[in-house]
Design a binder for this molecule. Structure first.
Ligand code: HEM
Ligand SMILES: N#Cc1ccc(COc2ccc(/C=C/c3ccc(C(F)(F)[C@](O)(Cn4cnnn4)c4ccc(F)cc4F)nc3)cc2)cc1
Length: 478
């Protein structure tokens, strides 16, 4: 044991290390080792020394690390570049990513959201009408399958534009599936391997890129449009050095946003539906909330309505507290990092891992932490989070794409913090709240066995998600 390095989690074999116990259930792995070693410890992940630093101090150390000390692209590029395409996100210097995030954020405005809510609402309604799984008065469905479809239609139509959405009814769905198969943690190791799914991934990436670039050319030829979607904004964006964004980079950023939005939202919306089935009382409260706020005739949903539905908003917040799709945020160490308040210096041979979900289920911050209780987010609730009265207000910094919170003291960071913080939070909330509000209008859910149980979590894929089949009983409201 080296005196100035964190303790190493006991393991039998050098290469495998703790990969299996971590990979099977990361939150459990973090909690068990936190009890043994405290907030900072090292474990072996596929032969790589991986130092976990938990709690608000750990989140701050890793997520607010300086560019000279921590690096995201060194870890993620092997996974994301073959899927997204070259020259974007982690296949370029961080300064270029910051500009790309600025461009992406330009399309995620209130005006855009006002146009997205009716689009998303209509996509949900027409999906339910035409989907064979929801024929008749009641039935049983494996809800994650439906949520994946609803998510792709709502995200592609609002974020990507109508042309792309309509292509998802034909070729694009199959191509997207092939691309998706390449988006797996196995490729952290085997991204280079000429495995069959990597060949399909590469073919799909090239074909989807071409579809996007052809659409860009068509739109440019057609001239002005009132479209509020991401494609238009990227087509009219220019880098600081005066260069317009090249068409292939626009295509690759759109693929990146599609992948981001799809996996995070389909996982989160699946968990929301499963949690509502486990708590029919909450689903009824949501229905009543809409009737009271919007009127018994339930007029078409508008963006402004979402702010009138606090319980509906809390469903997303509480679901993300227990089911954050990204359980491990990783960084390469670029120069030795002394850990404030300890004798540790993290060497460049280590990877840093930040796990926000640990403090989100820490009883010190959230009373009865494992209980899914959306009402805990209303201020007068006895289960309300123990707010850490910190002298400094939640500090904000601008890394080139707008002010983002450092989130240094927050026990709840499902969207990360600092330089790499998510830019999709507002879009995700609009999409998820609209989907929930529209489903609550039409259905009552409950568990097939009437219990308040919830299925287990599959951590084997890149985004944690419900183990399938995850069946629920639905019935149409009369
Ligand atoms: C429930 C939904 C979502 C969750 C929980 C989520 C979570 C996260 C987290 C934890 C990060 C930080 C990653 C890191 O620090 O390594 C992140 C970054 C990011 N997310 Fe999301 N996200 C969601 C939806 C979206 C959507 C809808 C989009 C696009 C429209 C998006 C685009 C991005 C981008 C561009 C980054 C920046 C990555 C970087 O700067 O390195 N996300 N997200
Ligand atoms: N045995 C075994 C065994 C061992 C280990 C394991 C599992 O181990 C691990 C370890 C780490 C991780 C990390 C998840 C991770 C990181 C980055 C990304 C991302 F980059 F892709 C993203 O942030 C995603 N994103 C952002 N917002 N919404 N989505 C993103 C950014 C920008 C962008 F434009 C598009 C994007 F979509 N995605 C996911 C997952 C699993 C299983 C089994």
């Amino acid at each position: 044991k080296k005196p100035n390095e964190p303790p190493v989690v006991f393991h039998w074999f050098p290469l495998v290390g703790s990969t299996i116990t971590y990979g099977m259930d990361p939150p459990r792995f973090f909690k068990e080792n936190r009890a043994k070693y405290g907030d900072i410890f090292t474990f072996i992940l596929l032969g790589k020394k991986t130092t976990v630093y938990l709690g608000p101090a750990g989140n701050d150390f890793i997520l607010n690390g300086k560019v000279k000390d921590v690096c995201a692209e060194d870890i993620y590029t092997v996974l994301t570049t073959p899927v997204f395409g070259k020259d974007v996100v982690y296949d370029c210097p961080n300064s270029k990513l910051m500009e790309q995030k600025k461009f992406m954020k330009i399309a995620l405005t209130t005006t855009a959201f006002q146009s997205y809510v009716p689009i998303i609402a209509d996509e949900v309604t027409s999906y339910i009408k035409r989907c064979p799984d929801f024929k008749g008065k009641s039935g049983i469905v494996n809800i994650p399958k439906n949520m994946a479809e609803i998510t792709i239609f709502t995200a592609s139509h609002s974020l990507q534009g109508r042309e792309i959405r309509n292509k998802f009814d034909e070729s694009l769905a199959a191509l997207y599936h092939d691309l998706d198969m390449g988006f797996t943690p196995i490729n952290f190791m085997l991204h280079w391997a000429p495995l069959p799914w990597n060949k399909r991934r590469d073919h799909a990436q090239r074909t989807i890129s071409k579809i996007y670039m052809d659409t860009i050319k068509e739109r440019r030829a057609a001239g002005k449009s009132d479209a509020q979607d991401m494609m238009w904004h990227l087509m009219n964006s220019t880098y600081k050095d005066g260069r317009p964004v090249p068409d292939h980079e626009i295509a690759h950023m759109l693929i990146a946003l599609l992948m981001a939005g799809q996996h995070s939202s389909s996982s989160t919306s699946s968990w929301m539906m499963l949690r509502l089935a486990s708590r029919p009382d909450i689903m009824e409260a949501l229905y009543r909330e809409q009737v009271e706020a919007l009127g018994a005739d339930l007029p078409p949903l508008k963006y402004e309505d979402l702010a009138k539905l606090p319980l509906n908003q809390a469903i997303v917040k509480e679901t993300l507290r227990l089911h954050a799709p990204i359980h491990s945020i990783m960084r390469a160490v670029k120069s030795p990092m002394p850990v404030p308040g300890t004798k540790y210096v993290i060497p460049t041979s280590h990877t840093l891992l930040s796990a926000g979900g640990v403090s989100a289920t820490d009883p010190a911050f959230f009373p009865d932490p494992d209980r899914w209780e959306p009402t805990r987010w209303s201020k007068d609730s006895p289960l309300a989070p123990t707010v850490i009265r910190n002298e400094v207000e939640d500090e904000k910094v601008d890394y080139g794409y707008g002010l983002v919170s450092k989130g240094a003291n927050s026990p709840y960071l499902p969207f990360g913090a600092g330089r790499h913080r998510c830019i999709g939070e507002q879009f995700a909330n609009v999409q998820l709240q609209t989907i929930t509000a529209m489903i609550v209008r039409q259905f009552k859910f409950r568990n097939v066995d009437g219990s308040d149980k919830i299925v287990g979590t599959d951590y084997a894929s890149l985004f944690s998600r419900p183990i399938e089949p995850a069946n629920i009983f639905w019935e149409k409201r009369d």
